[in-house]
Design a protein around this ligand. Sequence first.
Ligand code: NCD
Ligand code: ZN
Ligand code: ZN
Length: 426
Amino acid sequence: MSKLLLKGAEVVNPGNNEIKQQDILIEDEEIAKIASNIKVEDVKKMDLSNKLIVPGLIDMHVHLREPGFEHKETIATGTQAAAKGGFTSVACMPNTNPVLDKETLIEGLNQKIAEDAVVNVYPIGAITKGSQGKELAEIGSMSQAGIVAVSDDGNAVMNSEIMRLALKYAGDFDLPVISHCEDENLSGDGVVHEGYYSTVTGLDPIPASSEEVMVARDIALARETNNPVHIAHISTKGAVQLVRDAKKQGIPVTCEATPHHFSLTDQAITSFSTATKVHPPLRSKEDVQAIKEGLEDGTIDVIATDHAPHATEEKDVEYDYAPFGISGLETAIALINTELVETGVLSWPQAVEKLTTNPASILGLDEGKLKEGAVANLSVIDPDYKWEVKPKDFVSKGKNTPFADEELKGQNIMTVVNGEIVYNNK
Ligand SMILES: NC(=O)N[C@@H](CC(=O)O)C(=O)O
Ligand SMILES: [Zn+2]
Ligand SMILES: [Zn+2]
């Protein structure tokens, strides 16, 4: 039996908002014991004092790009980036080529995951065939193949009747619908948030209403069907308020925010760097403040990276022509620590809840808790570690980050998946 004893770490328990100094003993793939001062013989020991141990983090929104866009990312490189970032599980979006819209494609992906992934990967299936928004995809049979949600992420489901049917149909299989909220007519050819900085840069604007009308629509559909909708990458003040009000009425809606949307405002676009081009666009100072308030008061359930890697040559073009997306897995923990924990917006247990138990409950995963007898999925975070973001050091193929050369504090230093150390920088 292989045994590993993690000694003296600050163990973060999201459930009861506490941090407690404890040892954790891992035997094979299980957490055998959590207690203070565990004494055992014949064991590999690691001193982790002043480090945090958190339940394996779950990123419920990543783009792994396989099949079809292997030049941007693969299951191998994307999951290695996840492991480095402290994530032991990711849910991957179906906007690949072909779009993951049927059982055989999910089965093919599962095969690839079994061969190449270093962390747990849960596929998300498309809502509509080809994510074209016209006809429902084979949600029922994809559910047999193990998808954890459906989404046409990257595209809006513009037809409200299709979205209503999707909610009902997905509900029959207990699958949440993850909505990329964007009214494509309002977005038009826009590339940045509509406001002061779109005016001064002359870049084409995307109004906040493009997101908000769809959030309002999806809330109405969730109320009517009583099936859960999860709003991806929420980014505006108005959208946060809509979700807050909906939750008060008991409507089954949840939402997530990304690190880039709580860390950066649209001022960043004045660099004209295509690394700042993302869907939804980086928003105003007031919107960023509202995201932080939503995280703090629980309106925003989840922090997810929306890891959207693109090849350097694809981003190395004029702003209008670059693809939307930010490579996020390897900077998430540092941004959460720097922007939310150090500033008092969230405690570590509160942040960890949005990275473990909350996404697990939305996706129906039996994960996200450190407890004896559970599979050993955990990460070790050094909250004091200062480092500079160097995209060339990313293990993701996507070097597209707007945080290049920034000094951040906090980083994941070790990741354990199913009892095995898959990343170690201790
Ligand atoms: N977020 C992005 O800017 N891009 C995503 C699609 C998406 O999440 O909508 C991508 O697949 O590149
Ligand atoms: Zn999206
Ligand atoms: Zn996405």
